[in-house]
Design a protein around this ligand. Structure first.
Ligand SMILES: Nc1ncnc2c1ncn2[C@@H]1O[C@H](COP(=O)(O)OP(=O)(O)OP(=O)(O)O)[C@@H](O)[C@H]1O
Ligand SMILES: [Mg+2]
Length: 858
C-alpha cells in the first residue's frame, strides 16, 4: 500500500474510533489504544498536567508517571523502560487540548518519520475530539445547571408561597420533603423532628415510588448507622453509605426501603437543632451532589414556617390567656365569693393550658396540710375540692411549700407512700407544676396543674401560673379586707347601740345587759358575764348566753384562786384562761358549773378605780380568738362610762334634791315663823287697836278716824301676809292634795283658766309641791307676760309619771335666761328625776310639758 494512503487510512480509522467517544476520558483511552495498535507500540499514554489520562502497555498502577511527565515533544532520543519489555525508544506528540497534554508512545525500535507524523496526527485528532467534547460538555453542564437552578427556584418559590400563606407547618414539611426529594434525584426523602430521648417524629416524607402515608407522625428511634444520629450529635450535614439500625429506627426503616446512600441536613429553628432532612437513594450514585448545597434554603423556609406557626400559636395562647385572666379579674372585681373565684381560676387555667388535665387551688393549713378549695379536671368534675391532705413527699404541693416558690415534678409514677404522693398517683398524674399563692407577702396556698399524659407539661408552666395566682391573692386579700370591714362595722354598730343607751342616761342595769349581749354576739362567745368587785368578792350584775337562756348571776362569790376574774382583779389588765383543767377558786368552780372551757376577761375601770370585770367565755372547747381581749376592752370602756354617768347623775340629782328640799324647808320655816310670829302679833295689834278705838270719846273724831285707818292698815297687811304665806306653801295642798290646791290657784287667776284634772289620788309630797309650783309659776307668767286670753291646764298620769300640760294663747317668746322663775322650775323638776320641756315660739303662745316620776326608777 502506498505509504501515504496507509497513513491516511490509519488516521481515518483513528478519527472514526475517537468520534464515537462521548467523554474526554473515553477519547483519551481510545486514542492511546488505537495509537498503540496502529504503531505496534509497547506502551502508550496521554498525560495532562502531570496526570495520566489514559495508558496501555502497563499493568494498572505501574505507569511511571514521573518519567512519562518528562517526555516532551521534540526531545529526540528519549528512552523509557517498559516493564516486561525493557528499554524502548519514545515518540512524543503534544495535544492542543487539554493544556500541556502529551501523547507518549514507546517502542523498542524507534519510529520512522512517517510513523511519527501519524502519531502527531492522532494527537491532533484526539485533542480536537476532546476539545469538542469539552465544549459540548461545558455547554450541556451549563444548560443543566441553569435548568436545575430554575427547578430549584421554582421549588423554593412554591414552598415560600405556602409559608407566606401561613399554611400549617405539616403542609410545609410535606412540600419541602417532596421538592427536595425531586430536586436531588433521590428515591426517598424524610423529614424527622428530633424529640427528647433519642427519638424523632416523621413530619414529612416523599418517595419516588409509593410509601405508606401513615409514616407521618410515627416515632422512630434516632439510633444505628445512617445520618440521623450524626446530624443530631454534630448539628452539621452528614453523608452515609450504610443505613442499618435496631427495629423502628430511622436508619433501619431506610435500609428496608432499599436505601444505599443518603444525606442528612440539620433543620435549625431559632438557632436550635429542630430536626433533620434526609435525602436518600437506592443506587450508590443516585443523588445529585450539588443539591446538598441547596438544602439550607429550604430548611430555612421550614424554620420560618415553624417560627410563624409558633408565633401564631403563641399569640393565640397569649390572647386566650389574657381573655381567661380578664374573665377571672371581672369576677374578682365583682366581689365574687372566693370559692367561685377558685373554681373559675382552676377551670380557666385548665383551658389555657392544653397540656393540663387537672388543676387545683389549695390552701396551706396549720399542721403542714393543704385543703383543696378549687378544682377542675378535663374529664369533668371538680377534682379533689374539699379534701384536706397532709404534706410530705416528692410532689408539687409539698415542694412549693418548702421552697416558697414554683416547682415541678415530671414523674409522679415514682413510689411514695405519703398521702399527697398517693393522691397524685390516684388521679393518674404524670407531670405537674405548681406556683405559690402569696397574700400580703405570706404564703397562703398553691395552684397546681397536672398532666396525666405521657408528654410532660411544657417548660415554664409553673411560671405561667403566676398571673392567675396573683388574681387569687387579690380575691383572698379582698375577702379578708371585707370581712375585717364587716367585723369592724358590726363592732361599731354594737358599740354605737350601747353608747346610745349610755348617752340617753339609761340605768346601768340596762347598759350592762345590752353590753353583755352585744359583746357576746360580736365575739361569738357562748357566754358573757359582767361582775362588780367588792371587798374580796365579785357580784354578777349581768349575763348573756348564745342560746338565749337566761344567765343567773350570783352575788358575792369569793375571789382568789386561779381564774380570769381573779387575774383581772390582781393585774387590772385583761386576762385569758384557755384551759380550766388547772383553774381553781370559787369563781372557777362557778365557771365550771356553767360549762366554761376557756374565757377572756377585761377590767372595767371607772375613773381610775377598778370597778368590775367583763368576761367572754366559750363552752365547747373552741378558743376565743386573740383579738378578743382588745375588743372586750372597747365594751368595758362604755360600761365604765355608763357607770360613771349614772354615779354623776345620781349625785347631781341628790344635790339638786337637797337644794330644793332645803329651800322648801326654809320656806316652811318662814311660813311657820310668819304664822306663829308676825301674823299673830299683827292680829293681836289689830285687836288692840280696835279695843283702843272703842275707848276713844266720840268728840275725838279725828283720833277715831286715825285709829280706824291704822286698824284697816293692819288688817290689809295681815291679809297680804296671809296671802304671802299661803303662796309659799298653801295649807290646802298639804291637807287636800293637788286637786283642791290647783282649783284655788285657778280661782285666783286674773286670766281665764280651764283645768282638766285627771288625777285624784295623793302623790308623794315632793311631787305634789313641785306640780303646784309649776302651775303657780305658769299662771303668774301668763298673767304677767303673755297677754293671754286663756290658759289650758291638763294634769294626768302616764307610765308612772305625773304629766302637767300648761299652754296659754299669748305672745310666746318665754326665755328662762331672762328671769328666775322658769329656771327654778327646771331645777326643781329635774331634781325629782322629771323632765322639763318648754315651747314658746313668738306669736304661738307658751307650752310647758312637765313629767314628774311618781315611782323612783333608780
Ligand atoms: N307665758 C309667757 N308668755 C310670754 N312670755 C313669757 C311667759 N313666761 C315667761 N315669759 C318671758 O320669759 C321671761 C322669763 O320668765 P321667768 O318666769 O323666768 O321670769 P320672770 O317671770 O320675768 O320673773 P320671776 O318669775 O323670777 O318673777 C319673762 O321675763 C318673760 O319675758
Ligand atoms: Mg316668772
Amino acid at each position: 500500500m502506498d505509504p501515504s494512503a496507509w497513513w491516511t487510512q490509519q488516521l481515518a480509522e483513528f478519527v472514526a474510533s475517537v468520534s464515537s467517544c462521548t467523554t474526554e476520558t473515553a477519547t483519551a483511552r481510545v486514542a492511546v489504544e488505537r495509537a498503540a495498535e496502529v504503531l505496534d507500540a509497547d506502551a502508550a499514554a496521554i498525560m495532562a498536567g502531570g496526570e495520566l489520562l489514559a495508558a496501555v502497555g502497563y499493568a494498572e498502577g505501574t505507569e511511571p508517571l514521573g518519567e512519562l511527565k518528562r517526555m516532551q515533544p521534540g526531545a529526540p532520543g528519549s528512552q523509557l523502560e517498559v516493564p516486561g519489555v525493557g528499554w524502548c525508544a519514545v515518540a512524543v506528540a503534544g495535544l492542543a487540548y487539554p493544556a500541556g497534554a502529551t501523547l507518549v508512545l514507546a517502542r523498542r525500535d524507534g519510529l520512522t518519520r512517517q510513523e511519527t507524523a501519524l502519531l502527531g496526527g492522532m494527537a491532533r485528532v484526539a485533542a480536537m475530539r476532546m476539545t469538542m467534547l469539552s465544549v459540548l460538555d461545558h455547554e450541556r453542564g451549563a444548560r443543566e445547571e441553569v435548568e436545575q437552578l430554575v427547578r430549584e427556584q421554582a421549588a423554593l418559590r412554591r414552598v415560600a408561597t405556602l409559608v407566606a400563606k401561613a399554611v400549617p407547618p405539616e403542609e410545609i414539611f410535606g412540600a419541602v420533603t417532596e421538592e427536595l426529594g425531586k430536586l436531588s434525584g433521590a428515591d426517598i426523602a424524610l423529614m424527622l423532628r428530633y424529640q427528647a430521648d433519642d427519638a424523632g417524629t416523621v413530619v414529612g416524607r416523599w418517595s419516588r415510588s409509593e410509601m405508606p402515608d401513615r409514616i407521618i407522625g410515627t416515632q422512630l428511634k434516632v439510633e444505628g448507622a445512617g445520618v440521623t444520629v450524626s446530624v443530631r450529635r454534630t448539628g452539621r450535614p452528614a453523608h452515609a453509605d450504610v443505613f442499618a439500625g435496631p427495629p423502628r429506627s430511622a436508619a433501619e426503616c431506610l435500609r428496608q426501603a432499599g436505601v444505599q446512600m443518603g444525606n442528612g441536613s440539620p433543620v435549625v429553628v431559632d438557632g436550635r437543632l429542630w430536626g433533620v432532612m434526609i435525602i436518600a437513594a437506592t443506587q450508590p450514585d443516585g443523588l445529585r451532589p450539588e443539591v446538598e448545597r441547596r438544602i439550607p434554603a429550604f430548611t430555612e423556609l421550614v424554620a420560618t414556617a415553624i417560627a410563624n406557626a409558633q408565633a401564631r400559636v403563641e399569640l393565640r395562647a397569649i390572647a386566650e390567656e389574657q381573655a381567661a385572666l380578664r374573665r377571672v379579674a371581672t369576677l374578682v372585681a365583682r366581689g365574687a365569693l372566693p370559692d367561685e373565684v377558685f373554681a373559675a381560676v382552676a377551670q380557666e387555667v385548665g383551658n389555657v393550658l392544653p397540656a393540663a388535665d387537672f388543676a387545683m387551688v389549695a390552701r396551706y393549713d396549720p399542721g403542714r396540710s393543704v385543703k383543696v378549695v378549687g378544682g377542675w379536671s378535663r374529664a369533668g368534675g371538680t377534682g379533689l375540692v374539699g379534701r384536706r391532705i397532709p404534706l410530705g413527699g416528692q410532689n408539687v404541693s409539698t415542694l412549693v411549700f418548702e421552697r416558697n416558690g414554683p416547682a415541678r415534678v415530671d414523674n409522679h409514677l415514682i413510689e411514695g407512700a405519703e398521702p399527697m404522693t398517693a393522691t397524685a398517683r390516684e388521679i393518674g398524674m404524670r407531670s405537674s407544676a405548681g406556683a405559690p399563692i402569696r397574700v400580703d407577702g405570706r404564703l397562703w396556698g398553691v395552684m397546681v396543674v397536672a398532666s396525666t399524659r405521657e408528654h410532660t407539661l411544657p417548660d415554664g408552666t409553673e411560671y405561667q401560673l403566676a398571673e392567675f395566682t396573683k388574681l387569687i391573692a387579690v380575691t383572698i386579700a379582698n375577702t379578708q379586707a371585707r370581712e375585717e370591714v364587716r367585723t369592724l362595722a358590726d363592732e361599731q354598730a354594737a358599740l354605737r347601740r350601747v353608747a346610745t343607751l349610755v348617752a340617753r342616761g339609761e340605768p346601768p342595769r340596762r347598759v350592762f345587759a345590752a353590753v353583755a349581749q352585744e359583746a357576746g354576739l360580736l365575739l361569738r362567745a357562748d357566754l358573757t358575764l359582767i361582775g362588780r368587785y367588792e371587798e374580796g368578792t365579785v357580784t354578777g350584775v349581768a349575763g348573756w348566753s348564745a342560746t338565749g337562756e337566761p344567765v343567773p348571776t350570783r352575788s358575792q362569790v369569793s375571789l382568789g384562786g386561779r381564774n380570769v376574774t381573779e387575774m383581772v382583779r390582781s393585774t387590772k389588765r385583761p386576762a385569758r384562761l384557755d384551759n380550766y383543767a388547772d383553774a381553781s377558786g370559787d369563781v372557777a368552780a362557778d365557771a365550771r358549773g356553767r360549762g366554761i372551757s376557756s374565757s377572756v376577761g377585761a377590767p372595767i375601770s371607772v375613773e381610775g378605780r377598778l370597778w368590775g370585770v367583763m368576761v367572754a367565755a366559750s363552752i365547747h372547747g373552741q378558743l376565743l380568738p386573740p383579738s378578743t381581749e382588745g375588743r372586750l376592752a372597747d365594751f368595758t370602756g362604755l360600761v365604765a362610762t355608763a357607770i360613771a354617768n349614772a354615779e354623776v347623775n345620781a349625785e347631781l340629782k341628790a344635790s339638786r334634791a337637797r337644794i330644793v328640799a332645803t329651800a322648801d324647808q326654809t320656806r316652811r320655816r318662814i311660813e311657820r315663823d310668819l304664822h306663829d310670829g308676825a301674823q299673830q302679833r299683827l292680829v293681836t295689834l289689830a285687836l288692840q287697836v280696835r279695843a283702843a278705838q272703842a275707848k276713844v270719846p266720840a268728840q275725838l273724831e279725828k283720833l277715831t278716824a286715825e285709829l280706824d285707818h291704822v286698824a284697816a292698815g293692819l288688817s290689809s297687811t295681815l291679809d297680804e301676809l296671809r296671802e304671802f304665806a299661803r303662796g309659799i306653801h298653801p295649807a290646802i295642798l298639804a291637807k287636800g292634795g293637788l286637786a283642791p290646791a290647783l282649783k284655788m290657784l285657778v280661782r285666783r287667776s286674773s286670766v281665764r283658766v280651764t283645768l282638766d284634772m285627771q288625777v285624784r289620788e295623793r302623790l308623794p309630797e315632793h311631787i305634789e309641791v313641785t306640780a303646784y309650783y309649776v302651775i303657780s309659776e305658769a299662771l303668774t307668767n301668763a298673767a304677767k307676760h303673755a297677754k293671754a286670753s286663756a290658759v289650758h291646764i291638763r294634769v294626768d298620769t302616764a307610765s308612772s309619771a305625773l304629766r302637767l300640760d300648761v299652754r296659754d294663747d299669748g305672745v310666746g317668746g318665754a326665755d328662762p335666761a331672762r328671769g328666775s322663775g322658769l329656771i327654778g322650775l327646771r331645777d326643781r323638776v329635774e331634781a325629782t328625776g322629771g323632765t322639763f320641756r318648754l315651747k314658746s315660739r313668738h306669736g304661738e303662745g307658751t307650752h310647758l310639758l312637765i313629767e314628774l316620776p311618781v315611782r323612783r326608777s333608780d
